[in-house]
Design a protein around this ligand. Sequence first.
Ligand code: S3P
Length: 171
Amino acid sequence: ARAKLGRRNIVFVGLMGAGKSAIGRMVAQQLKVSFIDTDVEIERVSRMTIAELFATYGEEEFRALETRVIKRLLRGGPKVISTGGGAFINDNTRRHITRGGISLWLKADLEVLWERVNKRDHRPLLKTENPKATLAALMEKRYPIYAEADLTIESRDVRKEIIVTEVLAAI
Ligand code: S3P
């Protein structure tokens, strides 16, 4: 898989809780390329948390920063990059991702996503009265767009190693 990858990047897209960072990190280890999480990079350059960025500047500003950070990270592959759930939904960011790497949608169903995001509370988009319904609405809105990714892998409730093997076989 490493030889096939050449200098291309693998870019994980999909909703929060799908396992983009956990699976992405393991895939990068297997391929012996570097791994970067765009949310972590955004927090590093802004010296704010994602929640603080949303609260202080709003989602639009966050998306603009996200586009810039991702555009820069796509240079100089190969790398494995995991993106925040909204990155691939943004037209501008999606264009950069499509040009700069192999996009891979980690697709998961509502119960799997909910199980994983439920425990954490740092996701500003889920600070609503009914976060599970919000998540379901995001799925409905975003899945047709994630479906434009080059590859789709089902992130099921199985050992992560199994998903990693499937990703490596697909690229
Ligand atoms: C977002 C997902 C988050 C983060 C921000 C917005 C989204 O990333 O970028 O809270 O729009 O779905 P994760 O997918 O890593 O949770």
